[in-house]
Design a protein around this ligand. Sequence first.
Ligand code: GLN
Length: 486
Amino acid sequence: MTDLWRLTAHEAHEKLRAREISAVELTESILARVERVEPRVHAYITLTPELALEQAKDADARFAAGTATPLTGIPVGVKDLIVTKGVRTTAASKILENFVPPYDSHVYAQLRRAGAVMVGKANMDEFAMGSSTEHSAFGPSHNPWDTRLVPGGSSGGSAAAVAAGECLVALGSDTGGSIRQPASLCGNVGFDPTYGRVSRYGIIAFGSSLDQVGPIGRDVEDVTTMLDCISGHDPRDSTSNPEPVADLRHYLGRDVRGLRVGVPKEYFIEGMEPGVTARIEESLALLEGLGCIVDRDLSLPSTEHALAVYYIIAPSEASANLARYDGVKYGFSDHSGGSMWADMEATRAHGFGAEVKRRIMLGTYALSAGYYDAYYLKAQKVRTLINREFEAAFQKYDVIVTPTSPTVAFPIGAKVDDPFAMYLNDVYTLPASVAGLPAMSVPCGLSAGLPVGLQIIGNFFDEPRIVQVAHAFERACGFANRVAEL
Ligand code: GLN
């Protein structure tokens, strides 16, 4: 069997379980695909083929021993801000270009416990700041659907790898849309769980009140399996939630009749591409056809403030989190300064890219004495308003449905010199992030040959409802497991 890289993780699992294929064969198929398409896609910063084959052998042993799980032997891409013991982890920054972590993140340890195979560390925007993967110190990733276009960001490498057949599933992280937006632009499913659902132990921090890890895959079932594997309480992350985790797979294949779907008016803004509007309208009709009660009277008036709130809070937290990169503790250091302070300055001046410096300056300004009340504190108050609106909406609706991104994938270089145009990519994903709510992007068709994503937002810890609606929608829509031919 050749094209094993075309399988979803659950299809591959069936074949592995039936001994039709081995984990080594599956990994070899992925590695051959990587060799063929990676020069055009650049989904990875670091490839780990030897490690992958070793882990695949271990997976075959688990099948032989009867201790396999649904992820045993499944080739996975891991965003390069997820710390992996002994494997270089850069956050796509020059400042960490030589950082080889001495420990594993919780999520990677969970994947390994399940027997998954790591193909490599996926490209991203530096420190997850961006929406196109162009802000990577290692060069941009390309959208497998059309390599002249961006794959979205910041988890663009993870999404591109999944869409190009360079892994079956991947891990990304989402601070303001970084799982959902690239999944949307690459025709994948991306799931950003509730803030606190997944431990961030060993995740390189960006905005600590926003960051969350989650999966990207080719269909709803695969991201569900991944999230089941990584969710749960971890005492090493004080923000990780101790509530018991529902078995999400249980919600696949369920009826959605009678579920109440709210569609907020404020998400249908100027600047949304007509092809995106058309696919979203069709999706709403599809949900109605499935028996959902779709209500378009929902209003979330604070939506328009989410962008401003996010771009105060995220840079403020980033400015504090990134203070640790001083050339002493980790990675790159520049000793040309001649004194401790001058070396630190030189390290940060030459180690960080332009977007990261912009965020540090914005954040430092917003937190400085005299401005803190006007910016940071005010942003936190507006954040509470946004939360309250969602809270009220979830009294009436089971899920809220919106587009994931106002546009399809755009050309590399089109927005990189215009930070505000870049920030506008996130208008639809930021509100759920600011509130800490779970949300999934699921493909809903094409516009001018490029994928469009539908966003399904759920109430706190109501991932089950999202899975239920997304899976029913995916079946009705018939758009799943599309790999780009390249
Ligand atoms: N694009 C947003 C930003 O640049 C979100 C990034 C993210 O979710 N990590 O901050």
